[in-house]
Design a protein around this ligand. Structure first.
Ligand SMILES: [Zn+2]
Ligand SMILES: [Zn+2]
Length: 229
């Protein structure tokens, strides 16, 4: 179903944030996108401490390093993520991809030997939505940095309730426990991996995804998201 097309018909093409008219298919205009403040460091996945020096990681045994471009509290960014996730406006993924790329460049990320893997949606949810937003963002990111995209390596057979509907941290963790499976696991062995999702809240989903990738022999894992809460 072409929901984004319907949206374009029903609503005039104006920036979701500043309401100025738009030229292309984006949902937030270029100047609003550029005004979203970016973080300048990686974060510890466990305690969320800023890591200005990537050699000094506080929780070394945590399965991933968090690379969150900005904060969910930012109105323009929140608009973009909600447009993508809840109103199914596919073109918002391009803007989120661009934001993550700009952040990766700001923190001087160099990852020529990384494999890019989107956090998968449960099959049923992806079928209803028509796309996986993390996969769209991953494609933009992988194209830009000329990295291989391995969208089929991580799958999510189990359809658990959306994390956004669960407030309690412990329940979020249990909700996603063992929800992922790996296909062609031998391809992951010894690889550095970039996991991509639109937003991270408790980090439970990324933890679950990173843990199974590690179990299949992945080495360094960096989780890039457009936002963290
Ligand atoms: Zn705008
Ligand atoms: Zn830490």
């Amino acid at each position: 179903m072409k929901l984004d097309f319907l949206w374009e018909l029903i609503f005039p093409s104006s920036c979701l944030n500043c309401k100025k008219p738009l030229q292309g298919k984006e949902v937030v205009c270029d100047s609003c996108l550029e005004e979203i403040p970016l973080h300048q460091t990686f974060f510890c996945g466990e305690c969320r401490a800023r890591l200005p020096d990537n050699k000094k990681i506080c929780h070394l045994n945590f399965p991933y390093l968090l690379a969150a471009a900005s904060d969910y509290e930012n109105a323009a960014l929140k608009n973009l993520i909600q447009a993508l996730k809840f109103q199914f406006i596919k073109s918002a993924a391009d803007s989120l991809g661009k934001l993550i790329i700009r952040y990766a460049e700001a923190i001087r990320f160099e990852g020529s030997d990384f494999l890019v893997i989107p956090v998968p949606l449960a099959r049923e949810r992806e079928r209803k939505r028509g796309f996986n937003q993390a996969e769209l963002i991953s494609k933009t990111f992988a194209d830009h940095f000329k990295l291989p995209l391995a969208a089929a390596s991580l799958i999510r057979p189990k359809n658990s309730p959306p994390q956004s509907e669960i407030k309690d941290f412990e329940k979020r963790r249990l909700n996603v426990k063992n929800c992922f499976s790996v296909q062609n696991g031998e391809e992951l062995k010894g690889k550095h991996i970039i996991l991509i999702d639109d937003v991270t809240t408790s980090g439970a989903t990324l933890y679950e995804a990173a843990s199974i990738l590690k179990a299949y022999g992945a080495k360094k894992i960096i989780a890039f998201t457009a936002a963290k809460t």
